[in-house]
Design a protein around this ligand. Structure first.
Ligand code: MN
Length: 287
């Protein structure tokens, strides 16, 4: 049995994160978290263009996170990151930054100095991935995953970059706490591509560009086709050359209580996060 199309997720409104990232929140933890678990949030960045802004890179200044991971995927432009755990670096097209906030981190996210100097096309997206309760207070970690480190699998009608998980027995680049697949898939116009998606995983196919059909329904850019948990695999018919982001994950069957940059399992733990942040227990950015 193949997976069925359950619904199409879209968001008409965009908003700015700081002054550097204009995004649409395709989903977040205020909605039905069972339907998206273990993912918590998807900030989809529309393709954008920034003029040169040398000397004052755009972005978002120091802010905390606790209880989950942020995954930033860059398609165009460059993003620089610094955090209170000593993590940091600049990622460019094809690169991925996988930050485990764990028990608490403070970070800042800016356009890189070089990109700010040149300006140009800019495109990125950010996912928040939940941590199981027993790992929410693990030490923070930072995985800089470069384009060259991400395995590429060519197949009939397209290709896939395996950011996380597994695709045709090839393991993805990221290490994850729970079973997750994140694939950057390109499909050629006119092809019907078959993707082998796991039984029991929440499964979503986001169209980044082009048009595809799933179960006879047209899916447009900035839309997510949410598929049934039951079943394995899906066929995607590309009506034009298309860029897709495929997300699947084994649901984490635990309560989700989120407030702003903290996502825990109870209101008490959220209050504790605010208290720990206010009292300086998240450390500070020193590098
Ligand atoms: Mn952040």
């Amino acid at each position: 049995m193949t997976k069925e199309l359950v619904d199409i997720i879209r968001a008409d409104q965009s908003h700015w994160v700081g002054d550097g990232f204009r995004v649409r929140s395709l989903f977040n933890y205020d909605g039905d978290t069972d339907a998206i678990s273990p993912f918590l949030l998807f900030d989809y960045g529309d393709p954008n263009y920034f003029a040169p802004n040398e000397g004052s890179p755009r972005g978002v200044g120091q802010h905390p996170h606790r209880g989950f991971e942020t995954v930033t995927i860059v398609y165009d432009g460059e993003v620089s990151h610094r955090d209170s755990h000593g993590g940091g670096g600049t990622i460019g097209p094809g690169d991925v930054q996988w930050m485990t906030a764990g028990r608490g981190i403070i970070h800042e996210e800016y356009h890189s100095k070089a990109y700010s100097g040149s300006g140009g096309p800019f495109r990125m997206l950010q996912l928040w991935v939940n941590l199981p309760a027993k790992h929410k207070m693990d030490p923070p970690n930072y995985q800089a995953i470069l384009n060259a480190d991400i395995p590429v699998i060519e197949f009939e009608g397209g290709r896939a970059r395996i950011i996380a998980g597994e695709f045709q027995n090839t393991a993805g680049a990221a290490s994850t706490y729970t079973p997750i697949n994140i694939w950057d898939v390109r499909a050629s116009k006119g092809s019907d591509i078959s993707l082998d998606l796991p039984e029991g995983h929440n499964s979503m196919i986001t169209v980044l560009s082009g048009q595809v059909e799933i179960d006879g329904q047209r899916i447009e850019p900035a839309e997510i086709a949410r598929l049934s948990v039951a079943g394995t695999g899906v066929t995607v018919s590309a009506r034009s050359d298309a860029m897709l982001l495929v997300l699947t994950g084994e649901p984490i069957d635990e309560p989700v209580v989120g407030h702003g940059p903290f996502v825990m399992n109870s209101v008490d733990e959220i209050q504790q996060a605010f208290e720990d942040f206010r009292s300086g227990r998240f450390g500070m950015i020193t590098a």
